[in-house]
Every structure is written in structure tokens, then in C-alpha cells.
Design a protein around this ligand. Structure first.
Ligand code: BYC
Length: 335
């Protein structure tokens, strides 16, 4: 999660060149009219690059994000919980695949994106560098991490780039199931024995601040926001979405019977929002610089999974080649 983060781009469907004058004015018209830019449309190179940056980071987050929860599949407390968790982790893999495909429509090469991740050069969400030592962490991830993901991603369903916006619609539907399953795990623990209640509270204590940091740095330190909002990729700023998330969490925490670990959290009637305490941005920066608790482990695990999965990719390629040869043969036979 450090170094140079933008994957190399090969020429996209419309090529990486700047648009012609008419292409630029058509792009400006679509953005102003809240329309969608599609892969074959001309677009400014910066727009293309920024989308590849965001979408590839998002795809990597989904893939790396399988690990903290995957850690509990074999140890889930019942068959029912195990089946749900397996389905959820599989959903995250699916999200990664839709997103890599969306980045490919911009001319990014999947191989380059993959290699950047395996080399530890690609960014992915800071949140997945925290460990999951207890079962309650699976509840906290569902409630807080998927909850933050929904807050951040629902507006992305209206992003100006068509393939990204359309991928987000399906992803958000699945994320809302994920959030509910996390809430339900925490509710069960919170209403259980005192020890189970304590486990739930302790997990929320650890995941709360990192989940608020998922929205990115404060607006004043967010170099990509201005352009991204002008291009209508992002519809709300990092701080606006973070505030929306905190406002949503407070009544949900009350329903859970759990406390949010922030002594400065209180209703501000004047603003019509909850005030909350300053986050430790030095921790965020350290995680982004590769110094989080699990950065090294996450990338190593991905590398191992990639190597051990080589036979699956080879088998799929061999199957595809056989199928294509058979189709060619029958086409020749029919001719
Ligand atoms: N972690 O200018 P800014 C999920 C980087 S997956 C790491 O504000 P932007 C799930 C940022 O990339 C959830 N890096 O950037 C999966 C930028 O670096 P570069 C993932 C972060 O793009 C499995 C720099 O800091 N969601 O839910 O305008 C299981 C400056 O930031 C983070 C998405 O990816 C971070 N938290 O805004 C369960 C959503 N924050 O590229 C759940 C799509 C910032 O200049 N992405 N950085 O080197 C976005 O909405 C935006 O990219 C962000 C950041 C709001 C994250």
C-alpha cells in the first residue's frame, strides 16, 4: 500500500489521448446534464486516469477485504453462520470482479492491476489492515465496515461513468444484506451473556474509528476531491459522508445496546447533526504507508493465494482454448 499507486494503462477503447474539441464539448455537456459517460465516448485523460485509480483501488479493497472475514469461515459458531459468512465473502469476490471489469472498460489491463496488488504497490482500503481476533469482529465488520461502504457507495450509483455506476447498483444491494447480517450478529451477542456483550462492545471499540477513516482524509487534505466532484464521480465530500455515517450509527448503536467509543459524541441541535471527536489521522497515514497491523500479512496472503491458484487459471485457459477449438471445428463443419 505504498509507492506509485496508479496502474499502467494501455490504450483504452477511445485511446488515452485528449479528446477533440467536439469530444470535449460533448463530454462537458453530458457531465453538466447529469448523463453518463460510456466507454467509447471521448473523455479527458485525467478523468480516465482518476477513474482507473479509484475503481482499481476499490476492486483491490474487495479482494483484500475477503481476508479478515475469511479468517472466521472455519470457526463460525454454527453451520448457519458459516453458510452466511461464506456467501458474504463470495459476494466480495464478485464485487472485485465487476470492478476490475469496469476498470478494463477504461483501458486498464487486469494483469497490470493484479501485478500492482501482488507487488504491494496498489492501494486498497485502510480498514482491511486491522485484525479479526474474535467472532464479534465479524459482526463489527458487517455493521460498521459494510455500513460505511453503503454510505460511501450509494452516491456512487450516480457516478458519471456508466459502467462504474451500474456495477455499484448491484454491489450496494448486496452490501445492505451484509450490513444487516453484521448488525444481527452484534445484536445476538449484545443480548447474550455478559461475556458475549463484552465481546461485542470490545469489537465495536476497535472498529469504530477505523471505519470512520474509510471515508478518506478530511476535505482540506483530500487532493482528489475537487476534480472528482466537478466530474460528478463523487457526489459528496469525504467529511459530508463521514457525518452522514455517524448520524446513522448513533440510533443503531442504541438499538444494539452498545456504546460508540467517543466521549465527544453529542447531538448538536444547531447543526442538526452529531458532533464527534477528532480522529487520529497519524494512524491513518501510517496504515496507508504500509505500517498497519496487517499490511504485510494481507499482501503476502494474496500473493500465496495467487501462486497456489495458478492451476485453476491454467485449467480455465485450457478449457476455454478447447471450447474455442471445438466451436471453430463445428463452424468449419457447418460451412
Ligand atoms: N484507505 O483525495 P482522497 C468494502 C487515499 S470495500 C486507503 O480523498 P479520493 C468491503 C486515496 O486513494 C470499500 N487509501 O481520495 C470489502 C488517495 O490516494 P491516491 C472500499 C485511502 O479517491 C470487503 C489519498 O488517500 N471502498 O466495502 O477522492 C468486505 C487521498 O484521498 C483511503 C471504496 O473503494 C482509505 N480509507 O477519496 C467488506 C469506495 N481514503 O489514489 C467491505 C470507492 C483515501 O491519490 N472509493 N485514501 O494515491 C472512494 O469513494 C474514494 O476513492 C475514497 C477516497 C472516498 C475512498
Amino acid at each position: 500500500m505504498h509507492g506509485d499507486h496508479a496502474p499502467a494503462t494501455s490504450a483504452g477503447p477511445a485511446g488515452p489521448a485528449e479528446p477533440s474539441a467536439s469530444g470535449q464539448s460533448s463530454f462537458d455537456r453530458v457531465i453538466a446534464g447529469d448523463g453518463r459517460i460510456e466507454p467509447r465516448d471521448e473523455m479527458p485523460d485525467d478523468y480516465r486516469k482518476s477513474l482507473i485509480r479509484q475503481i482499481s483501488q476499490h476492486a483491490h479493497s474487495e479482494i483484500i477485504g475477503m481476508q479478515p472475514e475469511g479468517n472466521w469461515i472455519t470457526r463460525a459458531p454454527s453451520l448457519h453462520r458459516k453458510a452466511i459468512l461464506m456467501a458474504k465473502v463470495q459476494d466480495e469476490a464478485g464485487h472485485g470482479l465487476y470492478l476490475y471489469s469496469a476498470a478494463e472498460t477504461l483501458g486498464a489491463s487486469r494483469e497490470d492491476m493484479m501485478q500492482a496488488l501482488l507487488a504491494g504497490k496498489a492501494r486498497y482500503s485502510s480498514i482491511f489492515n486491522y485484525p479479526t481476533p474474535t467472532w464479534a469482529d465479524i459482526g463489527a465488520i458487517g455493521w460498521l465496515v459494510d455500513g460505511a461502504a453503503i454510505c460511501n457507495q450509494v452516491p456512487l450509483c450516480r457516478a458519471s461513468y456508466g459502467p462504474y455506476a451500474r456495477a455499484m447498483i448491484r454491489i450496494c444491494k448486496e452490501e445492505s444484506f451484509h450490513q444487516r447480517q453484521g448488525f444481527e450478529i452484534l445484536l445476538t451477542l449484545s443480548r447474550g451473556t455478559p461475556a458475549q456483550h463484552e465481546l461485542a462492545q470490545e469489537a465495536v471499540n476497535r472498529w469504530y474509528a477505523p471505519s470512520l477513516m474509510m471515508f478518506g482524509p478530511p476535505d482540506a487534505d483530500s487532493p482528489n476531491s475537487a476534480k472528482s466532484m466537478a466530474w460528478k464521480i463523487k457526489r459528496f465530500s469525504n467529511d459530508e459522508l463521514r457525518q452522514r455515517f455517524v448520524d446513522m450509527l448513533v440510533p443503531q448503536a442504541q438499538a444494539l445496546g452498545l456504546t460508540l467509543p467517543d466521549p465527544d459524541l453529542r447531538w448538536n441541535a444547531e447543526r442538526g447533526h452529531y458532533d464527534f471527536g477528532e480522529l487520529d489521522w497519524s494512524e491513518f497515514k501510517a496504515v496507508l504507508a504500509g505500517q498497519g497491523q496487517c499490511n504485510v500479512q494481507r499482501v503476502e496472503h494474496r500473493r500465496r493465494a495467487h501462486t497456489e491458484g495458478a492451476w485453476v487459471r491454467e485449467a480455465a485457459m485450457a478449457h476455454a482454448a478447447k471450447k474455442a477449438a471445438r466451436q471453430q471445428q463445428s463452424a468449419r463443419g457447418a460451412a
